[in-house]
Design a binder for this molecule. Sequence first.
Ligand code: ATP
Length: 444
Amino acid sequence: MENVMEKLTALCKRRGFVFPSSDIYGGINACWDYGPMGVRLKNNIKTAWMNSMTRLREDVVPLDAAILMHPRVWEASGHVGAFTDPLVDCRHCKARYRADEMGFDPAAPDAQCPKCGMKGTFTEPRMFNLMFKTFMGPVEDAASVVYLRPETAQGIYVNFDNVRVSMRKKLPFGIAQIGKAFRNEITPGNFIFRTREFEQMEMQFFIKPGENEKWFEYWKEQRMQWLLGLGVRPESLRFHDHGPGELAHYARAATDIQFHFGFGSDPWHELEGIHDRGGYDLGRHQEFSGKKLEYFDDETKEHYLPHIIETSSGCDRTLLMTLVDGYREEEIKGEKRVFLGLHPRIAPITAAVFPLVKKDGMPEIAQRICAELKQRFEVFYDEGGSIGRRYARMDEVGTPFGITVDGQTLLDESVTIRMRDTLAQERCAADKLGERLAELIEQA
Ligand code: ATP
């Protein structure tokens, strides 16, 4: 399975999904750039998430808060005091580890460095804050320190009242946000699984205290259904409930949805979290800002501080999941075929249009079809190389439908649709293609 990550990293570079950041300078650790295919795949995932969270429901609205926030926000949230990991270094080979992730006590006399094999060489753990710091304005002093946000959630909490009042929202309601977050991770890696700059898709659902369990269960189910709707194999997803020892300081209950990523000694890793945060967040912001964040319940005539159920997901990790889940190798008549079985709703390109040969007016017909389909779908035109090679390139970027203009088209204006996963082919009237593709996507 390590192998699949390696193959995916190579495929992603070769086919324009993800490049190492600053590649011509040798890259920069754990930073990645999304290429043309990666941008489309990521946008489709974000759109699918935002639509399911906001457009298709009445009770959640979108927000896009700034990355830089008032420094007091991070004191209130607990990030300044507690967003720390214990770090140890091997004095011999200088390898650095997170003490809580080593699986053994680094202070034990026989603790062995996994890299150089030396025993008893670890330093004392040092606490390390994961937030990136910078300065606002021309003077670099303690008063001008600001942080790059390590999560998008705080932008939502501090806007609770702005959104509630402007949108005339009554509890329960939610706020959904997609945006960049930054963490100076100590152990980044596994391609885009854990990076220092990443994108989150977070939704905070404000509820009446006491209704926590109901909404926690509701959102667990909703999130799992959304992931399954992306076409992910059900056996590759599972819930992992946090025991009392695992809960973050603010959480009353927490579940991770884990995906079978395949790397590491335990192949299951967190994809997203669903957390019952209780009244912690609004309570802290009320205390630190001095602004009342209580809600007045019209029906019961009570004032109370809403509780929060959060769904917190990583966009890059979700994208990696679609790649790991979709990666397929098969052998057909002695030839190896590699394809990405991405759901047609999120595939970077929905359909590729090919003229079988570059003559007899086929390119012109194919280009016309392409232009028409572009009104509704992401479509790619390709007339370069053998039809087999053109199909193979599209398979590797997960294009679900290949449309070929051939000799028959000249006779009856029909084209072939080739299905990426089954290789089945069907004929379709050229002027019915849009409808047919929409139908196929709907059925997928
Ligand atoms: P992990 O322990 O895997 O680093 P976490 O428990 O710190 O994750 P949360 O703080 O709950 O993660 O963040 C919510 C989601 O944001 C995670 O489930 C993950 O999908 C994503 N995420 C968090 N940190 C990173 C990162 N460094 N790189 C990519 N995605 C991340």
